[in-house]
Design a protein around this ligand. Structure first.
Ligand SMILES: NC(=O)c1ccc[n+]([C@@H]2O[C@H](COP(=O)([O-])OP(=O)(O)OC[C@H]3O[C@@H](n4cnc5c(N)ncnc54)[C@H](O)[C@@H]3O)[C@@H](O)[C@H]2O)c1
Ligand SMILES: [Zn+2]
Ligand SMILES: [Zn+2]
Length: 381
Protein backbone atom coordinates (compact mmCIF):
# COMPACT_ATOMS: atom_id res chain seq x y z
CA UNK A 1 0.00 0.00 0.00
CA UNK A 2 0.99 3.66 -0.29
CA UNK A 3 1.76 5.59 2.90
CA UNK A 4 3.40 8.81 4.05
CA UNK A 5 6.68 7.90 5.75
CA UNK A 6 8.74 10.09 8.11
CA UNK A 7 12.41 9.99 7.09
CA UNK A 8 13.76 12.75 9.34
CA UNK A 9 13.28 16.48 10.01
CA UNK A 10 11.45 18.21 7.11
CA UNK A 11 11.60 14.99 5.10
CA UNK A 12 8.42 12.98 4.50
CA UNK A 13 7.71 10.86 1.41
CA UNK A 14 4.86 8.81 -0.02
CA UNK A 15 6.23 5.29 -0.45
CA UNK A 16 5.12 1.73 -1.16
CA UNK A 17 5.12 -0.10 2.22
CA UNK A 18 3.85 -3.52 3.41
CA UNK A 19 0.03 -3.58 3.68
CA UNK A 20 -1.51 -2.91 7.10
CA UNK A 21 -3.21 -6.11 8.27
CA UNK A 22 -5.19 -7.70 11.08
CA UNK A 23 -2.64 -8.73 13.73
CA UNK A 24 -4.92 -9.59 16.65
CA UNK A 25 -8.46 -10.97 16.78
CA UNK A 26 -9.72 -7.67 18.23
CA UNK A 27 -8.33 -5.57 15.32
CA UNK A 28 -10.28 -3.85 12.57
CA UNK A 29 -8.71 -2.94 9.22
CA UNK A 30 -9.92 0.36 7.76
CA UNK A 31 -9.60 1.60 4.19
CA UNK A 32 -8.81 5.28 4.72
CA UNK A 33 -10.80 7.88 2.79
CA UNK A 34 -9.84 11.04 4.75
CA UNK A 35 -6.81 11.73 6.96
CA UNK A 36 -5.82 15.18 8.20
CA UNK A 37 -2.48 16.83 8.82
CA UNK A 38 -2.38 18.15 12.40
CA UNK A 39 -0.35 20.83 14.18
CA UNK A 40 0.88 17.93 16.34
CA UNK A 41 2.41 16.35 13.22
CA UNK A 42 4.49 19.51 12.83
CA UNK A 43 6.33 18.85 16.12
CA UNK A 44 7.41 15.54 14.49
CA UNK A 45 8.06 17.10 11.08
CA UNK A 46 10.34 19.76 12.56
CA UNK A 47 12.42 17.12 14.36
CA UNK A 48 11.28 18.29 17.79
CA UNK A 49 10.39 14.78 19.06
CA UNK A 50 12.21 11.46 19.06
CA UNK A 51 10.09 10.08 16.20
CA UNK A 52 11.80 7.07 14.60
CA UNK A 53 12.52 7.41 10.84
CA UNK A 54 10.59 4.92 8.73
CA UNK A 55 7.29 5.30 10.60
CA UNK A 56 3.95 6.14 8.94
CA UNK A 57 2.37 9.41 10.15
CA UNK A 58 -1.30 10.31 10.58
CA UNK A 59 -3.60 10.23 13.62
CA UNK A 60 -6.77 11.97 12.33
CA UNK A 61 -8.40 9.18 10.34
CA UNK A 62 -11.74 8.22 8.80
CA UNK A 63 -12.61 5.42 6.42
CA UNK A 64 -14.54 2.26 5.62
CA UNK A 65 -14.12 -1.02 7.51
CA UNK A 66 -12.44 -3.44 5.11
CA UNK A 67 -11.87 -6.48 7.34
CA UNK A 68 -12.54 -7.44 10.97
CA UNK A 69 -10.70 -9.76 13.35
CA UNK A 70 -12.37 -12.94 14.66
CA UNK A 71 -13.22 -11.38 18.05
CA UNK A 72 -14.82 -8.20 16.68
CA UNK A 73 -18.50 -8.08 17.50
CA UNK A 74 -20.05 -4.69 17.00
CA UNK A 75 -18.21 -3.25 14.00
CA UNK A 76 -19.06 -4.72 10.57
CA UNK A 77 -17.32 -4.73 7.20
CA UNK A 78 -18.60 -1.72 5.24
CA UNK A 79 -19.24 0.47 8.29
CA UNK A 80 -17.93 3.98 7.90
CA UNK A 81 -15.94 4.87 10.98
CA UNK A 82 -14.03 7.80 12.47
CA UNK A 83 -11.09 6.83 14.67
CA UNK A 84 -10.15 8.86 17.77
CA UNK A 85 -6.44 9.72 17.63
CA UNK A 86 -6.04 8.04 21.03
CA UNK A 87 -5.96 4.24 21.03
CA UNK A 88 -7.64 2.78 24.11
CA UNK A 89 -8.31 -0.75 25.33
CA UNK A 90 -11.68 -0.03 26.93
CA UNK A 91 -11.03 -2.15 30.02
CA UNK A 92 -8.16 -0.54 31.99
CA UNK A 93 -8.78 1.68 35.01
CA UNK A 94 -8.43 4.90 32.98
CA UNK A 95 -10.51 3.76 29.98
CA UNK A 96 -13.22 2.68 32.42
CA UNK A 97 -13.34 6.25 33.74
CA UNK A 98 -13.62 7.70 30.23
CA UNK A 99 -9.97 8.78 30.18
CA UNK A 100 -9.21 7.10 26.86
CA UNK A 101 -6.26 9.45 26.29
CA UNK A 102 -4.50 7.82 29.23
CA UNK A 103 -5.05 4.13 28.46
CA UNK A 104 -2.78 1.94 30.58
CA UNK A 105 -2.80 -1.07 28.23
CA UNK A 106 -1.93 0.13 24.73
CA UNK A 107 1.46 1.72 25.44
CA UNK A 108 2.87 -0.14 28.46
CA UNK A 109 4.80 2.06 30.88
CA UNK A 110 3.23 5.29 29.58
CA UNK A 111 -0.41 6.35 29.90
CA UNK A 112 -1.75 7.03 26.41
CA UNK A 113 -1.35 5.62 22.90
CA UNK A 114 -1.94 7.06 19.42
CA UNK A 115 -1.46 6.30 15.71
CA UNK A 116 1.78 7.43 14.10
CA UNK A 117 3.16 9.46 16.96
CA UNK A 118 6.41 9.71 18.95
CA UNK A 119 6.24 8.17 22.42
CA UNK A 120 2.67 6.94 21.93
CA UNK A 121 3.34 3.30 21.12
CA UNK A 122 4.39 1.38 18.00
CA UNK A 123 1.18 1.99 16.01
CA UNK A 124 1.34 3.06 12.37
CA UNK A 125 -0.49 6.17 11.22
CA UNK A 126 -3.36 6.51 8.77
CA UNK A 127 -1.84 8.82 6.14
CA UNK A 128 -1.95 5.66 4.09
CA UNK A 129 -4.36 3.50 2.12
CA UNK A 130 -5.13 1.21 5.07
CA UNK A 131 -4.95 1.45 8.86
CA UNK A 132 -4.88 -1.24 11.55
CA UNK A 133 -7.18 -0.24 14.42
CA UNK A 134 -6.52 -2.13 17.69
CA UNK A 135 -9.52 -2.95 19.92
CA UNK A 136 -11.78 -2.05 17.00
CA UNK A 137 -15.06 -2.46 18.87
CA UNK A 138 -13.96 0.16 21.41
CA UNK A 139 -12.13 2.59 19.14
CA UNK A 140 -14.40 2.88 16.07
CA UNK A 141 -17.06 5.57 16.07
CA UNK A 142 -19.61 4.22 13.56
CA UNK A 143 -20.95 7.08 11.45
CA UNK A 144 -24.62 7.51 10.59
CA UNK A 145 -26.11 6.97 7.15
CA UNK A 146 -25.35 9.78 4.72
CA UNK A 147 -22.01 10.53 6.37
CA UNK A 148 -20.29 10.59 2.95
CA UNK A 149 -21.71 14.05 2.26
CA UNK A 150 -20.32 15.42 5.50
CA UNK A 151 -17.03 13.54 5.46
CA UNK A 152 -14.92 16.67 6.07
CA UNK A 153 -17.08 17.46 9.11
CA UNK A 154 -16.91 13.96 10.57
CA UNK A 155 -13.15 13.60 10.12
CA UNK A 156 -12.68 16.56 12.51
CA UNK A 157 -14.02 14.22 15.24
CA UNK A 158 -10.76 12.24 15.14
CA UNK A 159 -8.94 15.02 16.99
CA UNK A 160 -9.29 18.77 16.66
CA UNK A 161 -13.02 19.23 17.31
CA UNK A 162 -13.04 17.08 20.49
CA UNK A 163 -9.64 18.55 21.46
CA UNK A 164 -10.89 22.14 21.11
CA UNK A 165 -13.97 21.11 23.10
CA UNK A 166 -11.74 19.45 25.72
CA UNK A 167 -9.85 22.75 26.17
CA UNK A 168 -13.15 24.41 27.09
CA UNK A 169 -14.07 21.54 29.43
CA UNK A 170 -10.68 21.70 31.17
CA UNK A 171 -11.18 25.45 31.55
CA UNK A 172 -14.77 24.94 32.73
CA UNK A 173 -16.41 27.29 30.20
CA UNK A 174 -20.09 28.01 30.95
CA UNK A 175 -22.81 30.00 29.16
CA UNK A 176 -22.41 33.75 29.49
CA UNK A 177 -18.72 33.68 30.33
CA UNK A 178 -15.75 35.39 28.69
CA UNK A 179 -12.93 33.24 27.35
CA UNK A 180 -9.47 34.03 26.00
CA UNK A 181 -7.93 31.47 23.65
CA UNK A 182 -4.23 31.52 22.72
CA UNK A 183 -3.70 30.09 19.22
CA UNK A 184 -5.89 30.38 16.11
CA UNK A 185 -4.61 27.16 14.59
CA UNK A 186 -7.14 24.38 13.97
CA UNK A 187 -7.27 23.50 17.69
CA UNK A 188 -7.70 27.10 18.89
CA UNK A 189 -10.38 27.72 16.24
CA UNK A 190 -12.25 24.58 17.34
CA UNK A 191 -11.95 25.72 20.98
CA UNK A 192 -13.48 29.06 19.94
CA UNK A 193 -16.25 27.20 18.06
CA UNK A 194 -16.89 25.06 21.16
CA UNK A 195 -17.17 28.19 23.34
CA UNK A 196 -19.74 29.58 20.94
CA UNK A 197 -21.66 26.25 20.96
CA UNK A 198 -21.63 26.40 24.76
CA UNK A 199 -23.01 29.94 24.77
CA UNK A 200 -19.98 31.91 25.96
CA UNK A 201 -20.68 35.65 25.83
CA UNK A 202 -17.24 36.86 24.77
CA UNK A 203 -14.65 34.76 22.95
CA UNK A 204 -11.24 36.32 22.26
CA UNK A 205 -8.69 34.53 20.06
CA UNK A 206 -5.01 35.54 20.05
CA UNK A 207 -2.58 34.80 17.17
CA UNK A 208 -0.27 36.56 14.74
CA UNK A 209 -1.67 35.06 11.52
CA UNK A 210 -4.28 37.35 9.97
CA UNK A 211 -5.90 34.65 7.81
CA UNK A 212 -6.51 32.46 10.86
CA UNK A 213 -7.76 35.40 12.94
CA UNK A 214 -10.20 36.23 10.13
CA UNK A 215 -11.68 32.72 10.47
CA UNK A 216 -12.09 33.28 14.22
CA UNK A 217 -13.96 36.50 13.49
CA UNK A 218 -16.19 34.74 10.98
CA UNK A 219 -17.62 32.50 13.72
CA UNK A 220 -18.21 35.44 16.05
CA UNK A 221 -14.99 35.58 18.07
CA UNK A 222 -12.94 38.73 18.69
CA UNK A 223 -9.55 38.58 16.97
CA UNK A 224 -6.54 39.78 18.98
CA UNK A 225 -3.64 40.34 16.59
CA UNK A 226 -0.50 39.89 18.69
CA UNK A 227 2.01 40.94 16.04
CA UNK A 228 2.76 44.08 18.01
CA UNK A 229 2.98 44.61 21.75
CA UNK A 230 -0.34 45.14 23.50
CA UNK A 231 -2.18 41.81 23.19
CA UNK A 232 -2.43 41.44 26.96
CA UNK A 233 -3.53 45.06 27.41
CA UNK A 234 -6.21 44.67 24.74
CA UNK A 235 -7.70 41.64 26.54
CA UNK A 236 -7.67 43.50 29.87
CA UNK A 237 -9.42 46.43 28.20
CA UNK A 238 -12.07 44.17 26.65
CA UNK A 239 -12.77 42.56 30.04
CA UNK A 240 -13.04 45.79 32.05
CA UNK A 241 -9.57 45.34 33.56
CA UNK A 242 -10.47 42.04 35.24
CA UNK A 243 -9.34 39.45 32.71
CA UNK A 244 -11.40 36.65 31.15
CA UNK A 245 -13.36 34.13 33.22
CA UNK A 246 -11.59 31.25 31.46
CA UNK A 247 -8.51 30.73 29.32
CA UNK A 248 -7.43 28.07 26.83
CA UNK A 249 -3.89 27.27 25.72
CA UNK A 250 -4.00 25.94 22.13
CA UNK A 251 -0.41 26.54 21.00
CA UNK A 252 2.01 24.44 23.06
CA UNK A 253 5.77 24.38 23.69
CA UNK A 254 6.69 25.88 20.32
CA UNK A 255 4.83 29.14 21.00
CA UNK A 256 6.41 32.27 19.60
CA UNK A 257 6.73 35.98 20.26
CA UNK A 258 5.66 38.64 17.75
CA UNK A 259 8.91 38.12 15.84
CA UNK A 260 8.04 34.42 15.49
CA UNK A 261 10.92 33.37 17.77
CA UNK A 262 10.13 30.56 20.21
CA UNK A 263 9.50 31.68 23.81
CA UNK A 264 8.22 28.54 25.55
CA UNK A 265 6.64 30.24 28.60
CA UNK A 266 4.88 33.02 26.69
CA UNK A 267 1.33 31.68 26.34
CA UNK A 268 1.25 30.21 29.86
CA UNK A 269 2.33 33.49 31.47
CA UNK A 270 -0.01 35.49 29.21
CA UNK A 271 -2.85 33.24 30.37
CA UNK A 272 -2.03 33.92 34.02
CA UNK A 273 -2.02 37.65 33.20
CA UNK A 274 -5.27 37.71 31.20
CA UNK A 275 -7.48 35.28 33.16
CA UNK A 276 -9.18 36.87 36.16
CA UNK A 277 -8.75 36.00 39.84
CA UNK A 278 -10.28 32.62 40.66
CA UNK A 279 -10.62 31.92 36.94
CA UNK A 280 -9.45 28.71 35.33
CA UNK A 281 -7.17 27.64 32.50
CA UNK A 282 -7.33 24.60 30.18
CA UNK A 283 -4.10 23.58 28.45
CA UNK A 284 -4.35 21.31 25.38
CA UNK A 285 -1.34 22.70 23.49
CA UNK A 286 1.36 20.04 23.75
CA UNK A 287 4.25 20.48 26.22
CA UNK A 288 6.99 17.83 26.31
CA UNK A 289 9.13 16.30 29.06
CA UNK A 290 12.33 16.94 27.17
CA UNK A 291 13.15 18.93 24.06
CA UNK A 292 16.89 18.57 23.39
CA UNK A 293 16.70 20.56 20.13
CA UNK A 294 15.24 23.66 21.82
CA UNK A 295 17.33 26.81 22.13
CA UNK A 296 15.94 27.69 25.55
CA UNK A 297 17.97 26.08 28.37
CA UNK A 298 14.99 25.24 30.60
CA UNK A 299 12.90 24.04 27.65
CA UNK A 300 15.58 21.46 26.81
CA UNK A 301 14.55 19.77 30.08
CA UNK A 302 10.82 20.32 29.53
CA UNK A 303 10.75 23.15 32.10
CA UNK A 304 9.75 26.83 31.95
CA UNK A 305 9.87 29.99 34.05
CA UNK A 306 6.18 30.03 35.00
CA UNK A 307 4.70 32.99 36.92
CA UNK A 308 3.60 30.72 39.73
CA UNK A 309 3.42 33.56 42.25
CA UNK A 310 0.84 35.44 40.17
CA UNK A 311 -1.01 32.19 39.42
CA UNK A 312 -1.20 31.38 43.15
CA UNK A 313 -2.02 34.92 44.21
CA UNK A 314 -4.91 35.06 41.73
CA UNK A 315 -6.21 31.73 43.02
CA UNK A 316 -6.41 30.36 39.50
CA UNK A 317 -6.90 26.71 38.59
CA UNK A 318 -5.43 24.82 35.68
CA UNK A 319 -5.98 21.46 33.97
CA UNK A 320 -3.91 19.94 31.19
CA UNK A 321 -3.36 17.00 28.86
CA UNK A 322 -4.37 14.95 25.86
CA UNK A 323 -8.03 15.10 24.88
CA UNK A 324 -10.04 12.00 25.73
CA UNK A 325 -11.69 11.99 22.31
CA UNK A 326 -14.14 9.19 23.15
CA UNK A 327 -15.61 11.31 25.94
CA UNK A 328 -17.01 13.71 23.34
CA UNK A 329 -16.99 12.27 19.81
CA UNK A 330 -20.42 10.58 19.90
CA UNK A 331 -22.25 13.71 21.06
CA UNK A 332 -20.33 16.05 18.78
CA UNK A 333 -21.13 13.66 15.93
CA UNK A 334 -24.85 14.09 16.64
CA UNK A 335 -24.46 17.84 16.35
CA UNK A 336 -23.02 17.25 12.86
CA UNK A 337 -25.73 14.72 11.97
CA UNK A 338 -28.53 17.12 12.96
CA UNK A 339 -26.91 20.08 11.17
CA UNK A 340 -26.26 22.05 14.33
CA UNK A 341 -22.55 22.42 13.61
CA UNK A 342 -20.26 22.24 10.58
CA UNK A 343 -16.61 22.01 11.66
CA UNK A 344 -15.46 21.59 8.03
CA UNK A 345 -15.49 25.41 7.77
CA UNK A 346 -11.89 25.06 8.90
CA UNK A 347 -10.76 22.98 5.89
CA UNK A 348 -8.61 24.93 3.43
CA UNK A 349 -7.27 22.09 1.27
CA UNK A 350 -8.42 18.64 0.13
CA UNK A 351 -5.53 16.84 -1.58
CA UNK A 352 -4.58 13.36 -2.77
CA UNK A 353 -2.17 11.48 -0.46
CA UNK A 354 0.59 11.87 -3.06
CA UNK A 355 0.65 15.63 -2.40
CA UNK A 356 1.23 15.21 1.34
CA UNK A 357 4.93 16.25 1.28
CA UNK A 358 4.13 19.64 -0.32
CA UNK A 359 1.17 20.08 2.04
CA UNK A 360 3.38 19.44 5.10
CA UNK A 361 5.81 22.08 3.88
CA UNK A 362 3.12 24.73 3.36
CA UNK A 363 1.21 23.96 6.57
CA UNK A 364 4.48 23.94 8.54
CA UNK A 365 5.30 27.45 7.26
CA UNK A 366 1.75 28.50 8.21
CA UNK A 367 1.52 29.87 4.66
CA UNK A 368 -1.42 32.17 4.11
CA UNK A 369 -4.63 30.21 3.63
CA UNK A 370 -3.22 26.81 4.73
CA UNK A 371 -5.43 26.28 7.79
CA UNK A 372 -6.31 22.59 7.65
CA UNK A 373 -5.40 19.93 5.10
CA UNK A 374 -7.48 16.80 4.52
CA UNK A 375 -5.61 14.11 2.56
CA UNK A 376 -7.74 11.76 0.44
CA UNK A 377 -5.90 8.51 -0.33
CA UNK A 378 -8.55 7.58 -2.92
CA UNK A 379 -8.47 10.90 -4.80
CA UNK A 380 -7.05 11.00 -8.31
CA UNK A 381 -3.77 12.92 -8.65
N1 LIG B 1 -4.08 17.85 23.85
C1 LIG B 1 -4.38 17.22 22.72
O1 LIG B 1 -5.03 16.18 22.77
C2 LIG B 1 -3.98 17.81 21.40
C3 LIG B 1 -4.57 17.35 20.22
C4 LIG B 1 -4.24 17.98 19.00
C5 LIG B 1 -3.31 18.99 18.98
N2 LIG B 1 -2.71 19.37 20.15
C6 LIG B 1 -1.73 20.47 20.20
O2 LIG B 1 -2.41 21.71 20.13
C7 LIG B 1 -1.51 22.71 19.62
C8 LIG B 1 -2.18 23.46 18.48
O3 LIG B 1 -2.46 22.58 17.39
P1 LIG B 1 -2.86 23.17 15.96
O4 LIG B 1 -3.17 22.03 15.07
O5 LIG B 1 -3.87 24.24 16.12
O6 LIG B 1 -1.42 23.78 15.56
P2 LIG B 1 -0.88 24.98 14.67
O7 LIG B 1 0.59 24.91 14.85
O8 LIG B 1 -1.46 24.93 13.31
O9 LIG B 1 -1.45 26.31 15.37
C9 LIG B 1 -0.82 26.96 16.42
C10 LIG B 1 -1.12 28.45 16.30
O10 LIG B 1 -0.58 29.11 17.44
C11 LIG B 1 -0.09 30.37 17.03
N3 LIG B 1 0.84 30.91 18.03
C12 LIG B 1 2.17 30.73 18.15
N4 LIG B 1 2.66 31.42 19.20
C13 LIG B 1 1.59 32.07 19.75
C14 LIG B 1 1.46 32.95 20.86
N5 LIG B 1 2.50 33.31 21.61
N6 LIG B 1 0.21 33.43 21.15
C15 LIG B 1 -0.85 33.08 20.40
N7 LIG B 1 -0.77 32.25 19.33
C16 LIG B 1 0.43 31.75 19.01
C17 LIG B 1 0.52 30.08 15.67
O11 LIG B 1 0.66 31.26 14.91
C18 LIG B 1 -0.48 29.09 15.07
O12 LIG B 1 -1.47 29.73 14.29
C19 LIG B 1 -0.24 21.95 19.22
O13 LIG B 1 0.69 22.00 20.29
C20 LIG B 1 -0.73 20.53 19.06
O14 LIG B 1 0.30 19.59 19.21
C21 LIG B 1 -3.04 18.81 21.34
ZN1 LIG C 1 -4.12 15.83 15.58
ZN1 LIG D 1 -7.27 1.33 28.45
Amino acid sequence: MKALVYNGPHDVKVKEVPDAKIERATDVLVKITSTNICGSDLHLYEGRTDMEPGRILGHENLGEVFEIGAAVDRVKVGDRVCLPFNIGCGFCENCEKGLSGFCLTCNPGIAGAAYGYAGMGPYSGGQAEYLRVPYGDYNCLILPRGSEEKENDYVMLADIFPTGYHATELAGVRPGESVVIYGAGPVGLMAAYSCIIKGAAQVMVVDTHKDRLALAQKIGAIAIDDTGPGGVERIMELTGGKGADRGCECVGYQCCNMHRQEVPNLTMNNLVATVKSAGSIGVVGVFVEEDPNAEDKLEKKGQMAFNFGAFWNKGQRMATGQANVKAYNRLLSRLIEYDKVKPSWIVSHELPLEQAPQAYEKFDKREKGWTKVVLKPGMKK
